[in-house]
Design a protein around this ligand. Structure first.
Ligand SMILES: [Zn+2]
Length: 183
């Protein structure tokens, strides 16, 4: 009975083999392989290996012109402030030793891979440790509230906040003094 599933096609996925735990190994039209829960196939919950979603994410960067995305703009401003001595804000960034991690400096794609899309309008690129570099462990998209809080903290005291080395997720919501870059 279950063997009848083999060769059936759902969306872009063709079932190649049945696996334990009601899973199936599928071949996608794009050539990719994926393992899915059988029950998700007829319902249409799973129809590709993920290639379509990846393609859409990529096309947002390429076909619409990278420079028009907020992520690209944030990346470009970040590099400028840190590595272009002629930039207006250079003294607050590159001038005081703030740099962009080499990977990110060289590649918007890697920056985008690590940071993902800006969650929505109003978010901006911020650093968790104000004296730290622009690097995956030290950056996040900040809400307007976080930006306002950071501005207050910068303006009101010389308090030194401990350096942290936790994963980005752990730092969301903790006190910190990142810079906000208007994206
Ligand atoms: Zn695919």
């Amino acid at each position: 009975m279950r063997k009848e599933w083999i060769g059936k096609k759902f969306g872009l996925l063709t079932i190649e083999a049945l696996l334990p735990n009601r899973m199936a190994a599928c071949r996608c039209d794009c050539g990719g392989e994926t393992r899915v829960f059988l029950s998700n196939l007829p319902r249409g919950n799973t129809q590709t290996c993920g290639c379509i979603r990846r393609k859409i994410a990529a096309s947002k960067i390429t076909t619409h012109g990278r420079s028009s995305t907020p992520e690209y703009r944030a990346w470009s401003l970040m590099r400028n402030r840190c590595h272009n001595p002629k930039a207006r804000d250079y003294s607050n960034y590159g001038g005081r030793g703030i740099f962009v991690a080499t990977e990110w400096r060289d590649s918007f794609e890697l920056f985008f891979r690590d940071m993902g899309e800006r969650p929505s309008r109003g978010y901006s690129l911020g650093r968790i440790d104000n004296d730290g570099p622009y690097a995956p462990h030290n950056c996040r998209w900040e809400t307007p509230d976080q930006q306002a809080q950071n501005r207050r903290q910068r303006n009101t005291s010389g308090t030194v906040y401990p350096k942290r080395n936790k994963r980005r997720e752990d730092l969301i919501g903790t006190r910190s003094i990142p810079e906000a870059i208007a994206a």
